[in-house]
Design a protein around this ligand. Structure first.
Ligand code: PDD
Length: 278
């Protein structure tokens, strides 16, 4: 596949960065994952805006205006063969002469984008839903930033993988935050519930789309703190992300969610999402 690195499009296998890059040494960077359907990036303005917010918060100078980012993404999509793609966009604080926690006096951010085939959940997975485990959310207090320092997320995701599950549902101080790489919604008494945006979760682009679709279609929904016990006794639990879209979690810690099959509210939301993304 073709990637983009610091101004040039090249085969991914030929791309090289310095080991002195702070993205490598410190996980010092910001990223986005943007889904592309039928060669059209989905919600790109929102992804680029969130990137800008992360870069501002971690004090990496944003190397491009929004229109330039959209041009780079568009060109990368055109240079890759897949109709549906997942674009990974990464900006690190760049290289320095020596390893030093303090920022370099002059920052030269490294810009890297690559494309992969976008593989959304198959019909079989959608029909069965996925199994999840739970874990205590031990990440830092700025989970609202989409930074490349994802060691905690990797460790937490691996807890699920080691048990043959797809995702780890995170609880902090008895409340639902999100998944290791997804946002989590639940349904109780037919009402869709979502945890409020805070420093403890990523403000998902898909999360926003789901709440917009709920409003548009008149589905009752509330954004409020969700207790761990409310998740464990919910009728439905879903995960959402740019690559997984809307996916039912049908077992949690080995116990069925609801009747153990994807519920009607989630199936409806998935259908609305499919209609909306095209
Ligand atoms: N992850 N929460 C976390 C911790 C995430 O990593 C993600 C996405 C989400 C969902 O956000 P969005 O709807 O904007 O994709 C929530 C991406 C896909 C990843 O790291 O691969």
């Amino acid at each position: 596949s073709i990637c983009y690195l610091d101004g040039s499009y090249q085969p991914l296998t030929e791309a090289r960065i310095s080991p002195m890059d702070r993205g490598f040494l410190f996980g010092d960077g910001a990223y986005e994952v943007i889904p592309v359907y039928s060669r059209r990036p989905f919600r790109i303005a929102e992804h680029i805006a969130r990137l800008g917010r992360t870069l501002d918060a971690v004090r990496i100078p944003n190397p491009h205006a929004a229109a330039e980012w959209e041009t780079i993404v568009g060109e990368l999509v055109a240079r890759n063969a897949w109709v549906d793609q997942s674009i990974y966009l990464h900006v690190s604080r760049g290289p320095d002469e020596r390893r030093n926690h303090a920022f370099p006096a002059v920052m030269r951010p490294t810009v890297f984008l690559m494309s992969e085939a976008l593989v959304t959940p198959s019909a079989e997975v959608l029909a069965s839903g996925v199994a999840a485990v739970s874990a205590a959310d031990f990440r830092w207090a700025r989970c609202d930033l989409k930074t490349t320092a994802l060691l905690a997320n990797c460790l937490l995701r691996q807890v699920a993988i080691d048990k043959g599950c797809a995702e780890t549902v995170l609880f902090r101080d008895g409340f639902l935050t999100e998944g290791a790489a997804s946002n989590i919604f639940i349904v109780r008494d037919g009402v869709l519930l979502a945890p409020p945006k805070s420093h403890l979760m990523l403000p998902g682009i898909t999360y926003d789309v789901v709440l917009e679709l709920a409003a548009r279609h008149g589905l009752k929904h509330r954004v409020r703190e969700i207790l761990e016990d409310e998740v464990r006794t919910a009728e439905e639990v879903w995960l959402t992300s740019s690559t997984k879209e809307v996916l039912a979690i049908t077992s949690l810690d080995g116990r069925p969610v609801g009747d153990g099959r994807p519920g009607p509210v989630g199936r409806e939301m998935h259908a609305w999402y499919q209609e909306f993304k095209n």
